[in-house]
Ligand binder design. Structure first.
Ligand code: PAF
Length: 272
């Protein structure tokens, strides 16, 4: 992979990179399409990174679909797939511990111990191997995007991080590889996540943060198929949850719910 990338870099070609864990959906393909438009060569990695899973059952059940992923990537013009094994990525036990301050202590970081360290370790390795000029990440994983931007600054990495808008199903459910694990009844009701975020956005100009949170908790509590893990309204930069509205600051509502043992996350900017 490094020899390939070095060759193209020497030729003056721009390399775009889309890191994924496979089981590709339309959201991934939009990242790839944007990368194809903006670069000369596009690399997509498919690697289910074991060290970012805090729950072994989630890792075991993570969908894998290599053959169909390859076909989809070909269709959208991705020419290179990097598909390493766990032993290739981790020939030795991982010792690295990143310090992201408060950024990885809230929301996902609070409920998924070690998750963002695992993401940062693998993304740093992937960047070292693929050597891209630009890397594309979905805004659905809002906190992950913030961590990766912080990683790039911390490690002085010469990679432009390109955030890409969340792609949604017709009913608003954010596209996710985990959606295929929802049974039909859960899937039908999963759009409540998006509807709740829309409600929070509508309420934001006229309601307090506390009232918005209460309303969200009530809506999710009423849905027997769903269990709320967290709902926070946070500063878009520091991701620190706010308790009072700050008129000059952009805020993002972030939510994580369980439907059975499927964990789904989503977010929406509430102002600006
Ligand atoms: O967002 C993902 O799919 C993963 O967290 C990533 C960035 C590919 C790292 O494993």
């Amino acid at each position: 992979m490094q020899a390939f990338s070095s060759f193209y870099r020497k030729e003056g070609k721009k390399l775009g990179f889309v890191p994924t864990m496979g089981a590709l959906h339309k959201g991934h393909l939009e990242l790839v399409k944007q990368a194809v438009r903006e670069n000369d060569v596009v690399v997509c990695s498919i690697f289910v990174n074991p060290i970012q899973f805090n729950n072994p059952r989630d890792l075991a059940k993570y969908p894998r679909a290599f053959e169909s992923d390859v076909a989809l990537l070909k269709e959208v013009g991705c020419e290179v797939i990097f598909y390493p094994t766990v032993d290739e990525m981790y020939p030795e036990p991982v010792k690295k511990v990143y310090e992201f301050g408060k950024l990885d202590k809230v929301m996902e970081g609070m409920f998924r111990q070690g998750h963002f360290n695992g993401v940062a370790v693998v993304v740093k390795k992937l960047f070292d191997i693929v050597m891209p000029h630009r890397a594309y990440f979905g805004e659905k994983d809002y906190q992950q995007l913030a961590i990766i931007k912080a990683l790039v600054i911390m490690e002085n990495l010469d990679v432009d991080i390109v955030p890409c808008a969340t792609v949604r199903e017709v009913d608003g459910l954010a596209m996710s590889s985990r959606n295929v694990r929802l049974v039909p009844e859960q899937r039908r009701r999963a759009s409540l996540i998006y509807e709740t975020l829309l409600k929070a956005r509508n309420m934001y100009p006229v309601s307090s943060v506390g009232n918005i949170k209460k309303e969200v908790v009530n809506s999710i509590d009423k849905e027997p198929f769903m269990e709320l893990e967290y709902f926070e309204i946070s500063d878009t930069v520091t991701l620190e949850p706010i308790t009072d509205k700050k008129p000059d600051k952009a805020v993002v509502a972030c939510i994580a719910v369980y439907m059975g043992d499927v964990r789904l996350i989503d977010n929406m900017i509430l102002n600006f």
